[in-house]
Design a protein around this ligand. Structure first.
Ligand code: GUN
Ligand code: ZN
Length: 412
């Protein structure tokens, strides 16, 4: 149920927000009261303003979680173990995605998927749909009805997959155009991403078609990059004239500031420099990387090149829909202060989408996208770092999720 809150309302709780730059000057701000009007934050303070108050006193209020890499049609394929990415795709994922040729099934799973995400505090999601135009249209419609922010794209493949999931560059172009014309910018909350699955399943021609349309229509781009060594070797065989995996995407015109590449584990410094030059962001998916034994992404090295890193659940290779679970795995993969981890989860995601002026932190003038959480252990400590590390490692119960001031979900 979507609750419309257009009136002026003040929320009371332990409000914690993160600003600045993950590689350097990260600032944590705290406050007690946040006033929202017309979907935006109009005031943050420690003094109680007059007017209606929603009391979340025993809770932490954080900027909404941003999941920058997740696969809708894979919701029910989690925890299917396999000893390689390519085998896992063929055995479990492609058959699961084929079922999305049925729009009724696509609608059912889309409803479950977005309800699940908002119940876990995700307010913005960057989503791979299946290869089907109709199922993607359904996913966008259900996202609109759910009320969260989302960037969604129909998966593109024209080789190395089952016939039923393959398209052609001639078919893909008009399909992208129809979906993007209908949905890109819809309600100020939905956007379209051209979504070549990865270089293993796409010809250069298909990727060029996607890249050209992304530029022409100002769309996002999402894909997978350098997740497993076997995949990197396959790409080298498929594109023998291109020196690196990242340059395959660059030659296709897919790398720009609105591009999100997922995983980016087995990268050379040359590739890091190229991603930085293009302004593309990395969707770091630590839970998925652990689950499929893909490797550990070198976060410090990425950051030392000035790259923007955001977080993704990568369901279903990632077993968790909750970004707090993903945050814990990010910490296990690379030591991080909890402030830095939460920054990556919130502002990192907003920056990846070029939306850091409207979401990503709780500041006056920004959209009121926030999550109300009760940490699993209430430590006696009042210390911010200790509260955040408890949330990061032990998680918490999401009490309510708001997007643009509308309550999308509340615990019973
Ligand atoms: N590489 C290409 N497709 C996929 C996918 O669906 N999941 C993951 N984790 N990696 C991929
Ligand atoms: Zn993925």
């Amino acid at each position: 149920m979507v609750t419309e809150l257009t009136d002026r309302v003040t929320y009371c709780g332990r409000i914690i927000t993160f600003e600045g730059d993950a590689s350097g000057s990260l600032r944590v701000r705290e406050a007690r009261y946040m006033t929202v009007e017309g979907g935006r934050i109009v005031e943050i303070s420690n003094d109680r303003p007059s007017g209606d108050l929603v009391d979340y006193s025993d809770h932490v209020i954080l900027p909404g979680f941003i999941d920058t890499h997740v696969h809708l049609p894979q919701l029910h394929e989690r925890a299917r173990i396999s000893d390689s990415l390519l085998e896992w795709l063929e055995r479990y994922i492609f058959p699961a995605e084929m079922r999305f040729s049925d729009p009724d099934y696509a609608e059912k799973v889309s409803r479950e998927f977005f309800a699940e995400l908002v119940s876990k505090g995700t307010t913005t999601a960057v989503v791979f749909s299946s290869s089907h135009e109709e199922a993607t249209d359904v996913a966008l419609r259900v996202a609109a009805e759910t009320g969260l922010r989302a960037v969604i794209g129909q998966v593109l493949m024209d080789r190395n997959g089952p016939e039923e999931l393959l398209t052609t560059p001639e078919e893909a172009g008009p399909s992208i155009r129809r979906l993007a014309e209908r949905w890109h910018g819809y309600g100020g909350r939905l956007y379209y991403a051209v979504t070549p699955r990865f270089a293993v399943s796409c010809s250069m021609e298909l990727m060029k078609t996607a890249g050209a349309l992304a530029r022409e229509m100002g769309l996002y781009v999402q894909t997978h990059l350098s997740e497993q060594v076997e995949e990197v070797e396959t790409v080298r065989r498929l594109f023998p004239d291109v020196p690196t995996y990242t340059e395959v995407y660059d030659r296709a015109g897919l790398l720009g500031p609105r591009t999100l590449v997922a995983h980016a584990i087995h990268l050379s410094d040359r590739e890091r420099r190229l991603l930085k030059r293009r302004g593309s962001s990395i969707a770091h998916c630590p839970s998925s990387n652990f689950f499929l034994h893909s490797g550990v992404m070198n976060l410090r090295r990425h950051l030392s090149f000035g790259l923007n890193v955001a977080l993704g659940s990568d369901v279903a290779a990632g077993p968790f829909t909750s970004m707090l679970d993903v945050l814990r795995d990010a910490y296990y993969a690379n030591f991080m202060r909890p402030e830095e981890a939460f920054y990556m989860l919130t502002m990192g995601g907003a920056r990846a989408l070029g939306m850091d002026d409207i979401i990503g932190s709780l500041e006056r003038g920004k959209q009121a996208d926030f999550v109300v959480v009760k940490p699993t252990t209430v430590s006696d400590s009042d210390d911010t770092t200790e509260v955040l590390s408890s949330l990061m490692i032990l998680g918490g119960d999401v009490k309510a999720t708001y997007v643009a001031g509308r309550r999308l979900w509340e615990a019973a």
